[in-house]
Design a protein around this ligand. Structure first.
Ligand code: FUB
Ligand code: ZN
Length: 675
């Protein structure tokens, strides 16, 4: 597989110039990152507190006391998964609050800040990031251990509950941030913190040591990243160890649970792995064939597995990744690129169970799907992977954040009736409006980090081939055949055209362009190409390229009415409308209440028209499509003999899904009935 392997370009090599996406990236830099820094410092009025800076400061004081030789007696012991100040009492300076994985929020924020700094110097942001890093350094214990929960609630319990207590998850996010910070600033400070914690973990769970693996994955892909950054084999070996231990018998999760039960004098559990589906620890990873359990965990694991397949040329792992991919995207993915059909366990449900109103579709899970897709692309550049990556990015990832960057969705439903969400406990996870922050705030900083690193998703490069996966205007610098070449990508989806222009440099090589699944009739012409071919959904142009050369791509892009497989019970006789990568939805603001009364006329999709809509300060391409509205007289009896429903012609107005709920609270539907 090695000849096909590609890598994202370095952080500074892709500068996003596209009007839409550079606005998003600027928004993250100018609004979201400062807002989130305030959130991490608990300075957002009426928002759930983060406790991140509070916990770091408290842990730093504890570590300082230990270092000073005075010892440290935690004020808290045996805390649960979440800890809050006692009702009616002020938070204590020496106590941990929030979820056990609260540390990770700040690490994600730092990672986003690093990506932004890589492309644009910003003194204030650099200062805040350094402040955060100094705090993290101070909270690291002398042996490298770093987790504010255990430092503050009893270090002797560290590493006793890998299944649920997220120490390795926090380590993973720390490491991701550390590598990004190193790449952005050249500074080793955070990288050394990650290395020291990594060695502390490896001393306990590394090859030849105690068996253990993360209850919430991410350490795997973070370790491969650390390995790729530093070339230090120990990190790859630790990642491999985690993957190899996962799902094998006796289950390490059962063993650690049994140790606790034994201490409490309780009956021990069977040590079989099969019960740990939620954690994807139910079978050895190379045997996995279905996307199961907690959706974010599953996507992060699959991403780490894909890294292993690539870096170790591991064919069995690649085959497992391909099976997981197929299961996730062909049977369990929403049309919006969201995954996780059930809120029970924030998890993948059974195949084709994709309810619209009770959907979970966590923002982080769509982000995880984009991570996985990019890694699959790196292994094998097939357009299918980029299609899914794009679907997730343009729809569910973006819908996770308001257009002003100041409120967020954790759950991304495809149908919302605010009155139902507010009164029906089965829908209590579905918020009809974005929230300023969350007690469990995994999603907001995850959005910040993925959008800040968008350049890493636009193009990847194998030795001599540059793949353009996403048609997002950008300036790209790549080294091909040892020669530097700078390219400008302009894309106008409205017209269905893209042009790549060589700005400078001269080299031999191949430029590859994705034929998106939503485009028809791809046409391509390249001034410098000697040879062209079509492989796995990419149009490849090989030749000698020099300044002034151009490649022109054109495709037909039209509004499409999309139906789900008839096996998806929920959306039988329903359609949704898409245009290019965008999925559209109907909102109450445009169509009135009771969106379930609308009837789409997919056979008349050719009559769809674009109109411009101002939403949240943006001018967006809204759509009107022909439809009907079922009459619903207020005095209609609850039950009556059947008769054909009375309908009246109407125009249904649709807006891009990502922009929904930026005009106040109201109903929303992606899927519209046809009968
Ligand atoms: O457990 C850490 C994060 O919190 C998960 O990824 C999310 O699903 C949320 O549960
Ligand atoms: Zn999340």
């Amino acid at each position: 597989m090695s000849d096909k392997i590609s890598a994202p370009l370095s952080l500074r090599s892709v500068r996003v110039t596209d009007a839409f996406w550079s606005r998003e990236m600027d928004l993250i830099r100018t609004a979201v990152i400062p807002y989130q820094w305030d959130a991490l410092n608990d300075r957002i009025p009426d928002a759930a507190p983060s406790w991140w800076a509070h916990n770091m400061r408290a842990a730093a004081r504890a570590v300082a006391a230990k270092k000073a030789g005075g010892g440290y007696t935690p004020a808290q012991r045996n805390c649960g998964f979440t800890v809050y100040p006692e009702e009616g009492t002020a938070p204590r300076d020496d106590s941990f609050y929030g979820f056990v994985f609260q540390d990770s929020d700040g690490y994600k924020w730092l990672e986003a800040a690093a990506y932004q700094l890589a492309v644009k110097p910003d003194k204030e942001l650099q200062k805040q990031a350094q402040e955060a890093i100094d705090l993290i350094c101070a909270a690291q214990e002398e042996d490298g251990y770093l987790n504010t929960y255990y430092t503050l609630t009893g270090r002797e319990k560290a590493f006793t509950n890998l299944k649920d207590h997220h120490e390795l998850y926090c380590f993973g996010h720390l490491t991701e941030a550390a590598v990004a910070w190193k790449q952005a600033t050249g500074k080793d400070d955070l990288l050394n913190v990650a290395r020291r914690f990594g060695r502390c973990i490896a001393d306990k769970f590394g090859p030849g040591k105690e068996r253990g693996c993360p209850g919430h994955e991410i350490a795997e892909m973070a370790l491969y990243r650390l390995y790729e950054e530093t070339g230090e084999a120990e990190w790859k070996e630790l990642a491999q160890r985690f993957l190899d231990v996962r799902g094998t018998e006796p289950s390490t999760f059962a063993l650690e649970e049994n140790r606790r039960l034994k201490k409490e004098g309780k009956k021990e559990l069977p040590v079989t792995a099969a019960r740990y589906t939620y954690y994807q620890a139910h079978k050895p990873v190379r045997e996995m064939d279905e996307a199961v359990g907690h959706a974010v965990r599953q996507m992060y694991l699959a991403s780490g597995m894909a890294d292993e397949a690539r870096l170790a040329n591991d064919e069995a792992m690649l085959a497992a990744c391909e099976r997981l991919w197929r299961s996730a995207v062909s049977e369990k993915m929403y049309v919006t690129g969201g995954v996780g059909g059930t809120h029970v366990g924030e998890a993948f449900s059974r195949p084709y169970d994709l309810p619209s109103d009770t959907a979970y579709s966590e923002t982080c899970a769509a982000i995880g799907l984009a991570f996985f897709a990019r890694r699959m692309l790196q292994l094998r550049p097939k357009a299918e992977y980029a299609d899914v990556m794009e679907r997730a990015l343009y729809n569910t990832v973006l819908s996770g954040m308001a257009l002003d960057g100041k409120s967020f969705f954790y759950v991304n439903p495809l149908e919302v009736d605010p009155a139902a969400c507010e009164t029906d406990e089965r829908l209590s996870h579905v918020k009809p409006v974005r929230q300023k922050w969350f007690g469990c705030a995994c999603c907001p900083p995850n959005i910040a980090r993925i959008l800040s690193s968008l350049g890493q998703y636009i193009a990847t490069q194998s030795d001599n081939t540059l793949y353009i996966h996403l048609y997002i205007g950008s300036e790209i610098t790549a080294k091909m055949n040892g020669q530097e070449i700078t390219l400008k990508l302009d894309a106008d989806l409205q017209k269905g055209t893209a042009r790549l222009t060589v700005l400078s440099g001269e080299t031999e090589g191949t430029l590859a362009f994705r034929a998106p699944a939503w485009a028809d009739n791809l046409r391509a012409a390249a001034s410098g190409a000697q040879h062209t071919q079509f492989v796995d959904g990419y149009w490849l142009a090989s030749g000698r390229w020099q300044a002034g050369d151009t490649v022109d791509i054109a495709f037909d892009i039209s509004v499409q009415a999309v139906a789900a497989s008839p096996l998806v019970r929920e959306t039988m006789h329903q359609v949704c409308y898409t245009w290019g990568p965008w999925v559209y939805c109907a909102e109450e603001a445009d169509n009135g209440k009771n969106l379930h009364l609308l009837r789409a006329c997919p056979e008349r999709t050719g009559e769809a028209r674009f109109t411009e809509k101002q939403i949240g300060g943006l001018t967006l391409p809204a759509l009107t499509v022909p439809g009907k509205r079922v009459a619903a007289p207020e005095n209609a009896p609850l039950y009556a003999p059947w008769q054909p429903s009375e309908t009246e012609e109407t125009k249904i107005t649709l807006i891009p899904y990502f922009a929904w709920n930026n005009r106040g609270k109201g109903e929303m539907r992606v899927w519209i009935e046809t009968e």
